[in-house]
Design a protein around this ligand. Structure first.
Ligand SMILES: [Zn+2]
Length: 121
């Protein structure tokens, strides 16, 4: 399963982050997940629980913020949220577009360690 290997690498990254900060228990991870990341949210949540077993993240929560796809339209010279990833066209003027500005995200943005939120930069 694709999501399990992703979950494992997220847990490894977070474990290293905790070690760097001198230890602690991770309560939650905040993840940005783009609609074009190719990752199924439910599968990733499920995989997270498995990947955490036996690590400092055991019992932690994975909090997923879903990121919409943003495209840039040359005709409008503006960014728009894409309503459906089935159709890559500007929602305002209908012009087809291939310029994706946002939506491929798969990024841990914050860790909550011992109830204190640590922002990752
Ligand atoms: Zn447009």
């Amino acid at each position: 399963m694709h999501e399990l290997s992703i979950a494992v690498s997220i847990v490894e990254m977070a474990s290293q982050e905790v070690a760097k900060r001198g230890g602690g228990r991770v309560c939650a991870l905040h993840l940005r997940l783009g609609a074009l990341s190719g990752v199924v949210k439910e599968a990733l949540l499920f995989s997270h629980d498995i990947a955490c077993l036996g690590t400092p993240l055991a019992g932690s929560k994975l909090i997923i913020e879903e990121v919409p796809v943003v495209i840039y339209c040359q005709t409008c010279q503006a960014e728009h949220n894409l309503e459906s990833i089935q159709r890559f066209a500007c929602p305002a003027c209908g012009e087809p577009t291939a310029e994706v500005r946002q939506g491929k995200d798969l990024e841990v943005v914050a860790l909550e360690i011992d109830d204190a939120e640590e922002l990752l930069t």
